[in-house]
Design a binder for this molecule. Structure first.
Ligand SMILES: [Zn+2]
Length: 160
């Protein structure tokens, strides 16, 4: 069976996002780093772990500003998101030695976005054959490392 390119984040961030008050990214941006799994905060954008990762180290880069329209990203925000993405690739490469990455934006629910009113970019480390042992279409996925451990590792790597 062939997996569509964007299938990885179908089971995105928060299948239960709608059950909670407010925007999950705005809440994370305002919360303490460890509880919110925030790896790094910049001036206009930040980096956090996906709570429902497709693979270990699955990161999300989002603007701090609550905007749902990709076209509304300012040049400064877009530039910082790019710089944070580059740094995320470096940190993930050092921590997990992935063999590849998917980087992508899901705009709108049909495209797989679980949160549609606060745009965000996925950075997903990939290994040869990972889709073979990860049941990407099932509700239960095997993630070999606990999220808090992943957070500690990547936050330390980010500041190294
Ligand atoms: Zn928001």
């Amino acid at each position: 069976m062939t997996h569509p390119l964007w299938a990885p984040w179908r089971l995105e961030y928060v299948s239960n996002a709608d059950d909670q008050e407010g925007c999950i990214f705005c809440r994370a941006a305002a919360a303490n780093d460890e509880g919110a799994l925030v790896v790094h905060r910049g001036d206009s954008a930040f980096v956090l772990l996906n709570r429902f990762p497709y693979s270990s180290g699955h990161l999300i880069v989002a603007p701090l500003r609550h905007i749902g329209d990709f076209a509304q990203l300012s040049v400064e925000e877009a530039g910082e998101i790019h710089a944070l993405t580059v740094r995320a690739l470096e940190v993930l490469a050092a921590a997990y030695r992935p063999e590849g990455f998917n980087i992508g934006w899901n705009l709108g629910r049909p495209a797989g976005a679980g949160v549609v009113d606060h745009v965000h970019e996925h950075v997903v480390p990939r290994w040869q054959g990972d889709t073979n042992f990860m049941p990407v279409l099932a509700d239960v996925r095997v993630i070999p490392e606990h999220l808090q451990a992943t957070h500690a590792r990547l936050a330390a790597g980010w500041n190294a």
